[in-house]
Design a protein around this ligand. Structure first.
Ligand code: PSU
Ligand code: MN
Length: 320
């Protein structure tokens, strides 16, 4: 067997997560880039803990993902969370960056894309995030399409989030997911949600209203032999939402400013998100926090339903 076969990357799994994985208890992976680069210190450290608590409230064990010293962190200690939240010198690490950062031993905050890769390596079937990356507005010209979308076609880890970030072209993002055979399920809503906003104004391809039905759909997608993810999108609580027209206007302005400043590549998402935070007087950042907790809690509940379904199949002597 070649030594560089998949699965030989060192993992540092916390005792709690290792025990849950060993016994088939529900586990939900969480990304760390939103903590390190999406919110300010120290509120982001409090948010990271709140998000872990939300996964527990849903009935599952949280496993915040990152990389450090050549190892994959599967589950973070309090000290890890504080270090990743204070952020100094911790780069954003997406799928393309993973091998280089792991091999050179530096720390890295993982995006949805790289967290999908690592959750799969660790054997965790669910990842929760507030909003994934997608097709950027103007991608026809810039070709800026998040690796989050590409990774959804490759990693068999279901993603629970509030849809893609409002700063993106959500219509094109849905087109991409359709072309690439990634099922999109809105939980308890007819529409595809839009992160800070309850609705993108676009209908969702599928709607399901309870977590057992979502778990069955996820299970069946993999039972069909599909190699990738299932996207489970749940809208923000309307009480926490920001008005869509306001976010769209702020995004247009922020895009024009980014173009003038020559900001492109992996710095663009953070730049746009922060500009929208500023022009909404911090309401967008508060909505981001609310959405992180809401999606984490649903992911916990779906992971519980999925673990139950697998246990039932084992009890019947199957291999689900
Ligand atoms: N910046 C933020 N919040 C975020 C992200 C960046 O203020 O949540 C993230 C998420 O980690 C997501 C990633 O997976 O950005 C996508 O980045 P890109 O569009 O460069 O692929
Ligand atoms: Mn990009």
């Amino acid at each position: 067997m070649p030594v560089d076969r998949p699965g030989t990357v060192p993992l540092r799994v916390t005792d709690e997560v290792a025990e849950a994985l060993r016994t088939g208890a529900p586990v939900v992976a969480l990304e760390s880039n939103v903590i390190t680069h999406g919110l300010d210190y120290p509120e982001n450290a409090a948010t990271a803990r709140k998000v872990e608590a939300a996964v527990r409230a849903g009935g599952a064990v949280p496993a915040t993902i990152g990389v450090d010293a050549g190892r994959v962190l599967v589950g973070m200690t309090d000290a890890d969370i504080d270090r990743f939240a204070s952020g100094a010198g911790i780069p954003k690490v997406s799928s393309r960056d993973l091998a280089v950062v792991l091999a050179s031993g530096g720390p890295g905050a993982t995006t949805v894309a790289s967290s999908l890769v690592l959750a799969h390596l660790a054997g965790i079937p669910f990842l929760a995030s507030a909003g994934m990356g997608g097709v950027h507005r103007g991608a026809q010209r810039t070709m800026d399409i998040s690796a989050d979308l590409i990774q959804l076609t490759r990693s068999p880890v279901a993603l629970v989030c509030a849809g893609a970030k409002t700063i993106l072209d959500l219509g094109l993002t849905l087109e991409y997911l359709e072309t690439q055979c990634v099922p999109v399920i809105s939980y308890g809503s007819d529409d595809f949600p839009a992160f800070y906003c309850v609705s993108s104004g676009l209908p969702s391809p599928h709607r399901l209203d309870d977590e057992a039905a979502v778990a069955r759909a996820v299970h069946t997608h993999w039972a069909l032999g599909n190699p990738g993810s299932v996207l489970v999108a749940t809208p923000i609580d309307p009480a926490d939402a920001v008005d869509k027209d306001e976010v769209d206007a702020a995004t247009e302005q922020a895009m024009a400013a980014a173009e003038r400043a020559g900001i492109t590549g992996n710095a663009l998402t953070r730049h746009l998100m922060r500009a929208v935070d500023r022009s909404t007087g911090g309401r967008a950042a508060r909505a981001n926090t609310a959405v992180l907790a809401g999606t984490a809690e649903l992911a916990g509940r779906v992971a519980v339903a999925y673990a139950r379904l697998r246990q039932d199949a084992r009890d019947r002597g199957g291999s689900a």
